[in-house]
Ligand binder design. Sequence first.
Ligand SMILES: [Fe+2]
Length: 574
Amino acid sequence: MMKKFCIALCFQAFLLIVAATEPIPTTLDGPFKPATRRFDPSLRKGSDDLPIDHPRLKRNVTSFFPEQIALALSSSSSSMWVSWVTGEAQIGLNVTPHDPKTVASEVWYGKESGKYTMKQSGVSVVYSQLYPFEGLWNYTSGIIHHVKIDGLEPETKYYYKCGDSSLAAMSEELEFETFPLPAPNKYPQRIAVVGDLGLTTNTTTTIDHLIMNDPSMILMVGDLTYANQYLTTGGKGASCYSCQFPDAPIRETFQPRWDGWGRFMEPLISRIPMMVIEGNHEIEPQAAALTFQSYLTRFSVPSKESGSNSNLYYSFDAGGIHFIMLGAYIDYNQTSAQYSWLQDDLKKVDRGVTPWLVAAWHSPWYNSYSSHYQEFECMRQEMEQILYAYRVDIVFSGHVHAYERMNRVYNYTLDPCGPVYITVGDGGNIEKVDVDHADDPGKCPSPGDNIPEFGGVCHMNFTSGPAKGKFCWDRQPEWSAYRESSFGHGILEMVNSTHALWTWHRNQDIYREHSHGDQIYIVRRPQSCSVASKDSRLSPSIPPTLDIAAARVSSLLCYIILPVIILIGLLNNH
Ligand SMILES: [Fe+2]
């Protein structure tokens, strides 16, 4: 009896093991046959926003104590931005801005808990969001503080407090760990990538799931709070602003949503850095043709450190990765300041020090969903060539509320040296998930659809290939490797200078272990796709194929050989 039980157990374990040890594909196995997993109708396409008085959004401090504390990387691992808000924001017909000088900006920090041996001061600012239309409310922020702390040691834990010591208004002690110095064999452990997050009940699942994956940094690819789905007077947010508020004199916003979002994110981003780039929901036009005021005032980014003259585009290093954050809502033409900065920045990248070149911007160039189809074709036509020439490895975007991973592509043609484009605009915002594909019958957008909120319209018919002469394909395009309509987030883990593991986690898998929506090793090929002779200096300490082979042998040992030995032992004893 015991023998039969053991044999049955062994067989079941074997089936589980076979499933668990199925090799993870690599981009070297591509290009892949296009695949689609459609939206699961048993799930919700969207959900309402969390109410502004929800416990995760409520202000839990008084007076000038810090709140909405957030970290951002500066130019290198030796410095870090710390930002926070003090004082109450005001909203109404008449508002009076705070004097930012009334509260100091201090960070006290050190390598031992409770012993703050160093102190750095910074700047404080306020912004207002003004709507000069009858009956519309105005907003002025709390005091927003930014302090850059420098002289930090790499790969070191620091403890810190922020606030104004003269007012005895300091935060609780918090901690963060600095990244390794830029080097081809040193990387942050896990980088979470998320876009179009919003502040709904789906958003909470995304962020709770992301926290369970224990990232060391967040790459936030635009469309953060969706405060512009509201009227200035608050109330209930709309999933479709123009449908619900057709008579609004301007695209209104309810700025307290930004404060709620800052509080919602604080437990995470006061301990790990979040690197943001703007999306269309950050434009927020107001009086005097001002735009992006909330985004520009609330977030510190290493723009000056990276030679940029705008917080709407910048670059930074995280270990052996050079990140380029591009602005899709600021001039990107080849005559622009941004393009000139991009040229200079790319020239300076030393792939011997930072082998990985990862770019991010909000609006995807490669997208086979009906939503935003070919919307940023003008930007692609201006910038794709230079990114290809410098061998950008991976591009992350959002904007489309679904997941899509492309085969390596350049100029709409499969190309083994093209970047891997990935869309993760599936954070869970109020506008709902995108489910239609441009190649579905009757779902090809009309010429008037998908007009960008910045820049021109460059929609074009394909000039060659299976879709020659047509605007939309009649099947999933060959450059689209995998697409799925679901909320989620991604985790990027660098293995070494040529291999990175990308995993896309779906919200519905939050409590399923070892489950994911998509997983692949992204493999660089510096020898066959070289930028310059510098790449030949790359020599990973362990050949990457050996790394993966070692991982597979180890899982074989743990999951198959050892249990079999144990079972044989059990059988012999009976
Ligand atoms: Fe967007």
